[in-house]
Design a protein around this ligand. Structure first.
Ligand SMILES: Cc1cc2nc3c(=O)[nH]c(=O)nc-3n(C[C@H](O)[C@H](O)[C@H](O)COP(=O)(O)OP(=O)(O)OC[C@H]3O[C@@H](n4cnc5c(N)ncnc54)[C@H](O)[C@@H]3O)c2cc1C
Length: 465
């Protein structure tokens, strides 16, 4: 290689879980690797933060159990004994007509049994009767549905969509079911649907294959323990994890068969033969190499604001709304779209707090809500206390507040719309034409660790091979 800064075997752009996982496999193959992350801390959406002396997740707090992929990976990292299930209290949906339970045996709010007591309580007899038609409707109904919303509406009716699926999708994906591709949000669902010819039966099949009947698991100590463990493991393998460092340009060296300068600005660049682009910045970094010199924009995702409250409130000891509440858009008395009662959900966390102390996390940021969510942190904490009081049926105000934190996530939850998937295909095609360049991350694999981890390993493996 010629001049142009230090030489690395591999440069990973993005130190979220995708980048860290890819870097670990590159290092294991004996490659001298550096991870660059623009933020002050690595981990992306899985980093931790400290609130009222408690180490908590600042973003993601659980992972989907489908396929057992994430648990198997945690086992490789020596974290098998820390994998845990959420408490089995169940969760609720807040509707203008009152609160109702969410189906325990459901997927994205889609019930597996329309006449189950919890489902009937929330969608009523009329809704349950309409949903039960799913078992007799011909398989072609909904088969060509362009979105998750259209599929649910066609097979189960509007009540299941509005009272169950829409609130869950807003809470989990910060999106609307009418904008989401079915396979992108639930990779196994299209095949299960084709096989069972009924949406509720397909959900039952998928749920039956989840360990211990739970669709999600966590890590004792919080999901950020994964990031802490990965970073420690990488450093032990000699990988440099460089934070506060943004990659600004990717420049192939025409004089070399396969060599790139990853430019960091101010005349600094890293030379390498292998580049993993593990962040949505891939679209910007690859644009000049695309046919025509530009690429369409990836979906930026909704801005999600999380308000964490640590409160001394013994009234919450009985977990009045189970592990949490999702809020239907039509409910005008609350601005939040979801509330997680973290100390009710995670027994390990409950064990770390004094009696009567609780951790509650509210999530804000539906499309079109910008003017309803204040910018000011104090105002957000007040709004969080007010919303939590309504959702949990307990008076929570500043007098019971022990600590709080506000975290804003941007570009962290891309919505897998048709336009986004088309943009991803073009970014991937551009990367594929550059030898030694691989891409990974939630922006291409889909949100959630169950999608991100295998995708990141595949990216690393393509470069090692
Ligand atoms: C609030 C929230 C809650 C979530 N909850 C869950 C959950 O409970 N369960 C679940 O499975 N998933 C959840 N997710 C989704 C999951 O966290 C993500 O899909 C996953 O962590 C994405 O990992 P990633 O590495 O692809 O991207 P990210 O975590 O977004 O990491 C990308 C990294 O790239 C860095 N970067 C960006 N541009 C550059 C650049 N030019 N140069 C260098 N670095 C750059 C960023 O600083 C960032 O650290 C949640 C996400 C959010 C935002």
């Amino acid at each position: 290689m010629t001049a142009g800064g230090p030489t690395w075997d591999a440069v990973v752009v993005g130190g979220g879980v995708a980048g860290l996982v890819a870097a670990r496999d590159l290092a294991a193959a004996g490659l001298r690797t550096v991870v660059l992350d623009a933020d002050a801390e690595p981990g992306g959406a899985v980093r931790g933060h400290t609130v009222a002396g408690l180490r908590l997740d600042a973003g993601a707090e659980s992972f989907a159990t489908r396929g057992g992929t994430v648990a198997a990976y945690l086992g490789e990292l020596g974290l098998r004994d820390r994998v845990c299930l959420p408490a089995s209290h169940g969760s609720w949906v807040h509707l203008p007509s009152g609160d109702g339970p969410l189906p325990r045996a459901g997927l994205l709010g889609i019930p597996s049994e329309p006449f189950a007591a919890d489902v009937r309580r929330t969608i009523g007899l009329v809704g349950a009767l309409r949903a039960s038609l799913d078992r007799v409707l011909p398989a072609r109904v909904g088969a060509a549905a362009p979105s998750l919303g259209a599929l649910v509406r066609a097979r189960l009716g509007a009540r299941v969509l509005d009272r169950l699926v829409r609130p869950v999708v807003a809470g989990v994906h910060a999106s609307d079911p009418d904008d989401l591709d079915v396979g992108a949000v639930s990779p196994g669902l299209p095949a299960a649907l084709r096989e069972s010819r009924s949406l509720t039966r397909a959900v039952r099949t998928l749920r039956a294959s989840a360990p211990a009947g739970s669709a999600v698991q966590g890590i004792e100590g919080g999901l950020h323990v994964l990031v802490d463990t990965l970073v420690a493991d990488l450093r032990a393998q000699g990988v440099e994890v460089r934070t506060g460092t943004r990659a600004r340009r990717l420049r192939p060296d025409p004089a070399e068969a396969v060599a790139y300068d990853v430019e960091l600005g101010e005349g600094t660049a890293l030379r390498t033969r292998r580049v993993v682009l593990a962040s949505p910045a891939a679209a910007d970094l690859l644009a000049e190499h695309a046919p025509g010199g530009s690429l369409p924009s990836l979906d930026a995702g909704a801005v999600v604001t999380l308000v964490t409250l640590v409160v001394d409130a013994p009234a919450l000891d009985g977990a009045p709304r189970g592990t949490g509440v999702l809020v239907a858009r039509e409910a005008s008395d609350v601005t939040a779209k979801a509330l997680t009662h973290a100390t009710a959900k995670w027994p390990w966390l409950a064990r770390t707090v004094p009696a009567g102390r609780h951790v509650v996390r509210l999530s804000y940021g539906r499309a079109g809500d910008a003017d309803r969510v204040p910018d000011d942190e104090d105002a957000l904490v007040d709004l969080g206390l007010r919303d939590a009081s309504v959702l949990l049926g307990a008076r929570l105000d500043r007098s019971v507040l022990v600590g709080s934190a506000v975290v804003r996530w941007t570009q962290a939850l891309p919505r897998p719309s048709a336009a986004h998937r088309e943009a991803v295909a073009q970014v991937r095609a551009t990367a594929a034409a550059l030898p030694g360049v691989a891409v990974c991350g939630a922006w291409t694999a889909g949100n959630g660790l169950a999608s991100v981890i295998p995708d990141a390993r595949a990216a690393a493996s393509a470069l090692v091979g």
